[in-house]
Design a protein around this ligand. Structure first.
Ligand code: PLP
Length: 287
């Protein structure tokens, strides 16, 4: 692979991060996971907007424009000859000393890697996932706001470990108040009484690009939507449930904490939205 590593395109073996990089030392940085389909980078403008908003929120000056950043992403794909790929764009505070003061880091470091990703087996897209709600809670929006896509994913990882230990593949995280928040790297949707529901951003979830696409597609298809708080009870008794994310795309959930969701099969609303999403990936984004 050819990697964009802090100012230069280099071979994978040469792509190295300094031990003084504060992204490594302190998780001080932000990232995006982006996808290219058939040579088009899906929703690239939305990903760049979120990246620059995350940077603003953590007081990080990226040092280059969105246009330049877009060119780094497109050039990484070109140099690797990739048309379908998962792209990881990382901006860290850069090199400093061993103390955490960001003032000691004169320049942000930018990395871009394009590769393949497969977080769930193909069969799971047809059969649906079994998941569990995790004891590890999503952090409050008044501390490290989950809308910041930061390099600190430890609570999500702890939740994933809970899922692994319980023998399921994904965990659902709750808010500090016990409302349903999101998966470890995906947003959650349920269908109740014919309404497609997802938790509001104010509760402390990432503003998923896939989440927003699904909400838009639902409205176009005449499906009622609501961004509303809901509890585990609402989840257990929903008629459908699915997760959304750049890496996961749309994946059905058929069992939560041992309870089948409705008849334990992927639902009709999910199937309609998946078809619409697939169609959208073919036309959206710069080539
Ligand atoms: N929630 C979290 C915590 C994530 O890390 C991700 C992945 O990016 C998502 C949700 C889904 O967001 P998107 O659809 O923008 O990939």
């Amino acid at each position: 692979l050819v990697i964009y590593c802090n100012g230069a395109f280099v071979a994978e073996e040469e792509a190295k991060v300094s031990v003084f990089d504060h992204g490594f030392l302190y998780g001080d940085g932000i990232f995006e996971g982006i996808r290219a389909y058939h040579g088009r980078v899906f929703k690239l403008a939305e990903h760049l907007k979120r990246l620059y908003e995350s940077a603003k929120s953590i007081h990080l000056s990226i040092g280059i424009s969105k246009e330049q950043m877009q060119e780094i992403v497109l050039e990484t794909l070109r140099r690797n000859g990739l048309k379908d790929a998962y792209i990881r764009l990382v901006v860290s505070r850069g090199k400093g000393d061993l103390g955490l003061d960001p003032n000691k880091c004169p320049q942000a470091a930018i990395y871009c890697v394009a590769d393949q990703i497969k977080i769930f087996e193909s069969l799971m897209y047809e059969k649906g996932l079994e998941v569990k709600t995790a004891a590890t809670r999503r952090n409050n929006p008044d501390s490290l706001n989950p809308r910041i896509k930061s390099l600190n994913y430890l609570n999500n990882i702890l939740a994933k470990i809970e899922a692994n230990q319980a023998g399921v593949v994904e965990a659902i995280m709750l808010t500090q108040d016990g409302y349903v928040a999101e998966g470890t790297s995906d947003n959650i949707f349920i269908v109740r009484n014919g309404v497609l529901m997802t938790p509001p951003l104010s509760v402390g979830v990432l503003e998923g690009i896939t989440r927003n696409s699904v909400l838009d597609l639902a409205r176009e298809l005449g499906i009622k939507t609501a961004e509303e708080l809901f509890t585990r009870h609402d989840l257990y008794t929903a008629s459908e449930c699915f997760l959304t994310g750049t890496a996961a795309e749309l994946i059905p959930v058929v069992n939560v904490d041992g309870r089948d969701i409705d008849d334990g099969l992927p639902g009709e609303v999910f199937k309609k939205l998946l078809a619409a999403f697939r169609a959208l990936t073919l036309v959206n984004g710069p080539e």
